[in-house]
Design a protein around this ligand. Structure first.
Ligand code: ADP
Ligand code: MG
Length: 308
């Protein structure tokens, strides 16, 4: 299947000479939820601002739903909704007017039923006649989402959607994102929260210092790079790791009541069988054992810290 967005060799050096993106190649599949994950300053906002036509790339090419974003900017932009990281709206405008305006901006005919549907979905209908400046931060964020959806985009960008957002809005937002995906909308979110990528995304791209470090299915990323931990609940707490087990990656936790062994799921031999035998020889008994997959957080930290 043709990707809905294809990014080739895109780079960006800002006026001051700072290179925020170095030759990024990325394809976004139609209908997926893609998380661009990286620390602050990695280049996430720069990349999506380029796709949305807000920032000019220094090089490279981007096709969004068949349209070159530089030579067919209006056509490309029409397909895209953006919920920016920073809230900026006309404070004096009424909620419903600003959402209507966003729809009109892209040349769509008025559709009051559609506007009502969007406002209701975002719990903004009761506030439709209020001025934006009278709203709380969370409500303003809802207005930004409504504006992004007003022209029924096929591609939706959410730049750091959880930053400064309360639990309720976060839940509503994820519900809406899933429903939009069901209806065929492709969603790209940027985040520095690993849990968010882990919870929402089908695929994850890790970006660090302007470079895409890797792109993979979330599940296979977890499988490939995930270390597993084996936790043993000990019969008798240990004060220290027995000397005879010093060559294993072991840690004590819970005041010596748990022994944790980290192993690589990709290794030919996890070493577990041997470890259990050695524990037995050392007279270390355990009541229970269980394994746990490492989170994207662990993967991310190990990836980013491995880079110079
Ligand atoms: N307009 C600009 N001029 C100069 N440097 C910028 C500009 N915008 C962003 N940067 C720099 O580019 C880098 C990437 O920024 P950004 O894309 O906002 O990262 P992220 O969204 O991942 O936090 C940062 O070091 C930032 O300071
Ligand atoms: Mg950003």
């Amino acid at each position: 299947m043709q990707p809905i967005i294809s990014i080739r060799n895109v780079s960006k050096t800002y006026k001051g000479g700072f290179t925020a993106l170095k030759s990024v190649d990325l394809e976004i599949n139609r209908g997926e939820i893609f998380a661009l994950l990286g620390p602050n300053g990695a280049g996430k906002t720069t990349l999506i601002s380029i796709i949305c036509g807000i920032v000019n790339p220094s090089g490279g090419e981007i096709i969004a739903d068949g349209h070159n974003i530089l030579t067919e900017q209006r056509l490309a932009r029409k397909k895209i909704g953006l919920v920016p990281q920073e809230l900026h709206t006309d404070a004096f405008e009424r909620v419903i007017d600003t959402v209507r305006f966003s729809r009109g901006l892209f040349g769509f005919p008025r559709d009051e039923a559609k506007i009502e549907e969007i406002l209701r979905k975002l719990s903004l209908w009761e506030k439709r006649n209020e001025k934006i400046m009278a709203l709380s931060g969370g409500m303003k964020r809802r207005v930004m989402i409504a504006k992004a959806l007003a022209h029924e985009p096929k591609i939706l960008f959410l730049d750091e959607p959880s930053a400064g957002v309360d639990v309720e809005l976060r839940r509503d937002m994820w519900e809406m994102v899933r429903a939009l995906r069901e209806s065929g909308v492709t969603i790209i979110l940027t985040t520095h929260y690993i849990e968010e990528a882990e919870e929402m995304a089908d695929r994850v791209g890790v970006i660090s210092k302007g470079e895409l470090v890797l792109v993979d299915e979330k599940n296979s990323l977890m499988k490939k790079l995930g270390k597993k931990q084996l936790t043993l609940d000990l019969q008798t707490p240990l004060a220290a790791i027995p000397a005879g087990l010093g060559d294993y990656a072991l840690e004590l936790a819970d005041e010596g009541r748990k022994l944790i062994y980290s192993f690589d799921t990709q290794a030919d031999d996890t070493g577990i069988a041997m470890l259990l035998r050695r524990l037995n020889e050392q007279g270390v008994d355990f009541k229970d054992l269980n394994t746990e997959q490492s989170s994207l957080e662990d993967i991310f930290v190990s990836l980013v810290s491995a880079r110079p």
